[in-house]
Design a protein around this ligand. Structure first.
Ligand code: FES
Length: 172
């Protein structure tokens, strides 16, 4: 029998809840798993998690809205986070930012229409002596130049098909 998206989501959440404590200490690990698999934490997911952990949905919502790595809205398959803190700013962050915006045709805070890329600013990534620094999903890039940013985007475009296939296999 084919499950609907919400049924599948509920099933996944209940499996993940079984792996953690049935209390609020399990909240962030479960939210991270939902974000990773579904690329967002929907209001339905928040309700299911709240019920499973026996906490108020507002508590779940406040955690989702607090952490930048969790989002209720769907983000791109590649989330690019460019450091905007002073060392990276002085090392040429603005030129990299312009390159990324031109390359993708969006501004920071936006996601491309095809759902592939989201551009965001972030604060210090701990790579201050190697700026400009940026994250693409979990991978850190340092000494980023406009040319390097172009190459990174190209690489992401080439691997998108592989990711899409993995998503289909995981979700299907
Ligand atoms: S200021 Fe950019 S990594 Fe620290």
């Amino acid at each position: 029998m084919l499950l609907t998206e919400n049924e599948r989501l509920r099933q996944n959440i209940m499996e993940w809840v079984d792996e953690v404590n049935y209390d609020r200490s399990g909240l962030i690990p479960i939210l991270q798993k939902v974000q990773k698999k579904y690329h967002r934490v929907s209001s339905y997911a928040m309700q299911v998690i709240a019920d499973a952990l026996d906490i108020h949905p507002v508590e779940v919502y406040s955690v989702v809205s607090f952490y930048s790595f969790l989002d209720e809205k769907s983000k791109g398959r590649f989330i690019i986070r460019l450091c905007q803190t002073i060392s990276c700013d002085m090392a040429g962050k603005s030129r990299v930012a312009r390159q990324l915006e031109n390359e993708l045709g969006i501004q920071f805070g936006q996601t491309t229409a095809d759902g592939k890329f989201t551009l965001e600013y972030t604060n210090c990534l701990g790579m201050c002596d190697r700026g400009p620094a940026m994250l693409v999903n979990d991978q850190v890039f340092t000494h980023v130049t406009p040319e390097k940013a172009h190459e990174i985007i190209e690489k992401c475009r080439q691997t998108f098909g592989v990711f899409a296939l993995q998503d289909q296999e995981r979700i299907g």
